[in-house]
Ligand binder design. Structure first.
Ligand SMILES: Cc1cc2nc3c(=O)[nH]c(=O)nc-3n(C[C@H](O)[C@H](O)[C@H](O)COP(=O)(O)OP(=O)(O)OC[C@H]3O[C@@H](n4cnc5c(N)ncnc54)[C@H](O)[C@@H]3O)c2cc1C
Length: 326
């Protein structure tokens, strides 16, 4: 059987691995301790925060079909949030998501979806692929210590664009195109409170400030504790990408306190996460990259747009094509 290494166990990596397993021996190599990638959940003793992706929508038939069994099994649920739109510190519009397009979340955590998909797959966690090299017609992967992580017929890279670009050897014909795809950063501020706070929304988009999003994470189905999750704007993150994290946290607390009109720094739990690669704009390229001659491929949200559905579609379309090649 052909053997394939998939780099990354985010949604795209899990989807491509599951599908290729029909016809190949697949090994997933993931640098984090668990699957999910940017569909991430930070769990503390009392609180949970989906500190990456907040929710997802499903427009395509393929993604709706994919979600149906996950919904039935309880790994995905609808989040019928009370939704507000802020202009600076004022609410200018209020609605209820159950009335409009369905908004989905992983349950009991955003990362549950990848937990489910990766079950039964051969995943090695805590291992960062640092180099990919073609030797005698096969791909040899190495970690940062130069240790060999196996040799493979095919490799599929699903890391964010810049990380994929760094790993691709120069002979790969799509490397230059990947190098042109830019991703924006973001900061996530996590606030946990022992006593619930009465807010006028479960989810809010904020315009005209350095904050882009505030949600009551614990208003999502099957969550524990009372937790609030805040995202900075991509622009503010870009301007502060190398700023000390505690300084970033102080500023995000100030901006959020202005919007919510109470001092959020009194939270019982405070943490900030820096995302160097969070989102990407809509791309006009093909939905995946494939170099048949070199037996290397790449997929992920950034091939289409920085959204969960895009990550799925990119991986699905690549898998459909690769199954014809293997
Ligand atoms: C703050 C934030 C908010 C977001 N909000 C939303 C939202 O509300 N709705 C929405 O639809 N989308 C949202 N997104 C985007 C969404 O999370 C992504 O579109 C989706 O999760 C991408 O999945 P992926 O598998 O393509 O990539 P990823 O999830 O990034 O998976 C790539 C994986 O590769 C691993 N990896 C990277 N380099 C290596 C290496 N060298 N070796 C081994 N492993 C490696 C990473 O650890 C990661 O697990 C958000 C993202 C962020 C960060």
């Amino acid at each position: 059987m052909v053997n394939v290494a998939v780099i990354g166990a985010g949604l795209a990596g899990c989807v491509v691995s599951k599908q290729l397993s029909e016809r190949a021996t697949v090994k997933i190599l993931e640098k984090s301790k668990s699957p999910g990638g940017r569909m991430a959940t930070r769990v503390s003793s009392q609180y949970e925060f989906d500190h990456g992706a907040q929710f997802f929508t499903a427009r395509s038939v393929e993604f709706k079909n994919f979600l149906s069994s996950l919904l039935n099994e309880g790994h995905v649920a609808c989040w019928n949030a009370r939704f507000s739109e802020y202009q600076s510190t004022d609410i200018i519009r209020e609605t209820h998501w159950s009335d409009s397009r369905v908004h989905y979340v992983g349950t009991p955590k955003m990362s549950s979806l990848a937990d489910r998909l990766s079950t039964g797959l051969d995943c090695t966690f805590d291992v960062e692929v640092a180099k990919a090299e073609k030797k005698n017609g096969r791909w040899v992967l190495y970690d940062s210590q130069g240790e060999i992580l196996g040799d493979y017929d095919w490799i599929v890279l699903t890391a964010p664009a810049a990380q994929t670009h760094n790993l691709l050897p120069n002979e790969v014909d799509f490397k230059a195109k990947v190098g042109l795809i830019k991703m924006s950063g973001c900061y996530s501020l996590m606030l946990g409170y022992q006593n619930a706070i009465d807010l006028p929304f479960d989810a809010a988009v904020v315009k005209g400030t350095n904050i882009s999003w505030i949600s009551v994470n614990s208003s999502k189905p099957k969550r524990k504790g009372f937790s609030i999750l805040i995202h900075s704007t991509n622009n503010w993150a870009a301007q502060n990408m190398d700023t000390d994290l505690s300084e970033v946290q102080d500023k995000l607390c100030d901006y959020t306190s202005d919007i919510l009109r109470f001092n959020v720094e009194t939270a019982d739990y405070l943490e900030t996460k820096r995302w160097r690669f969070a989102n990407s704009a809509r791309q006009t390229n093909q939905p995946f990259f494939l170099d048949k001659k070199n037996k290397v491929a790449s997929c992920g949200d950034w091939c289409i747009k920085g959204r969960i559905e895009a990550a799925f579609l990119s991986a699905k379309k690549l898998s459909d094509q690769l199954l014809k090649e293997l």
